[in-house]
Design a protein around this ligand. Structure first.
Ligand code: GTP
Ligand code: MG
Length: 317
């Protein structure tokens, strides 16, 4: 109902017909502000219209939206006070990242196989559902699963360990399998649709880079890969902003250079992913099943490490 109303708003703009309004809505442009700050090229792509037409729509939206411009430091401070957080399940890990995974931001977990990336995502998928009276966001979780590593029984196990209804927790996780990088990008339309039907506060992409890595081998296509990845990450950032959602992505790296191209010890996507992620955590295995998370180049938090474990109950200190 609210979504339909907002789409009507968009349809009131000159140059936006019913079909265009639908496409915009599916892509997450549900109000004037989202359109006002859009890029003409991106809008042109989404609506299959020329760049000039896209510019006209953006200008019209800017007149309707209160674009403002500069915020006072106080206002920025207040906006940041509204940021929601999803606990990782480990106090030490939460503290390392300032209290949990932030909404309106992308958090990247990178590390080698078995370092706990997927397990943290499962835990976040349950923790985002914690009711407001218990300090949670009472939200649903979306999973874009690129390697068929989503485990429903693990969600149930983690939820029940927290005295939550396992079946209900599972029903609030919406999972899509992405078959290739193109499909992965297309799924963002569906994600935006779902976020209008459900109170989605978490989007997991596990793995962000596996398809891109597998499909674009060799130097010739590297620029193309970075560009596609860049586009996808922009869609993630917009999703985080528009829906006030936390976005968690995983990126596998190898501990030993044993492949013949590129540097496998560096996360795929290099600077493209690094710049877009607001928070980057490097995970590694340690003695006795322990795991260590290291916070890498955060804009506002000191670098540091946290020790956590993966247990039957989920992620714990
Ligand atoms: P890749 O996806 O292969 O890159 O690895 P990942 O970083 O996603 O690893 P993942 O999160 O899947 O971690 C796997 C590890 O979590 C296993 O080696 C186990 O140590 C631990 N784990 C997973 N499930 C359970 C469980 O039910 N009980 C316990 N105790 N540990 C588990
Ligand atoms: Mg995994």
């Amino acid at each position: 109902m609210a979504a339909a109303h907002m789409a009507d708003q968009i349809e009131s703009l000159p140059g936006v017909g019913k079909a265009t309004a639908e496409k915009l809505k599916d892509a997450g442009y549900t109000d004037f502000m989202a359109l006002a700050v859009a890029s003409p090229a991106e809008l042109g792509d989404i609506c299959e219209i020329g760049e000039q037409s896209a510019i006209k729509i953006i200008q019209a939206a800017r007149q309707k939206a209160d674009v403002g411009g500069f915020l006072s430091g106080t206002e920025v401070f207040e906006k940041r006070q509204n940021i929601g957080r999803v606990s990782t399940g480990s106090k030490a890990l939460d503290e390392l990242i300032g209290g949990g995974v932030e909404t309106q931001a992308i958090t990247e977990f990178f590390g080698e196989f078995g370092s706990g990336k997927s397990q943290i995502c499962f835990q976040l998928g349950v923790n985002v559902q914690i009711p407001a009276e218990k300090g949670g966001l009472d939200g649903d979780a979306l999973f874009i699963d690129t390697e068929s590593t989503f485990r429903p029984e693990r969600i149930v196990q983690i939820a029940e360990a927290m005295d939550m209804d396992g079946k209900e927790a599972l029903s609030r996780c919406h999972v899509a399998r992405a078959y290739n990088s193109h499909h992965q990008i297309l799924l963002m339309d569906k994600a935006n649709e779902l976020a209008q039907e459900h109170p989605v506060r978490l989007l997991v992409v596990d793995s962000l880079t596996a398809h891109f890595r597998a499909e674009y081998l060799g130097r010739g296509t590297l620029a193309d890969r970075q560009q596609k990845l860049n586009k996808f990450i922009h869609q993630l950032q917009r999703f985080a902003d528009v829906h006030d959602a936390a976005v968690a992505v995983t990126n596998q790296v190898h501990s030993k250079p044993d492949t013949f191209f590129g540097d496998p010890t560096k996360p795929v996507g290099g600077h493209v992913v690094a710049h877009a992620s607001n928070m980057r955590l490097y995970l590694r295995k340690s003695k006795g099943g322990k795991r260590i998370a290291r916070l890498i180049d955060s804009p506002n938090l000191p670098e540091g490490e946290a020790v956590f474990g993966v247990t039957e109950e989920g992620v714990r200190d």
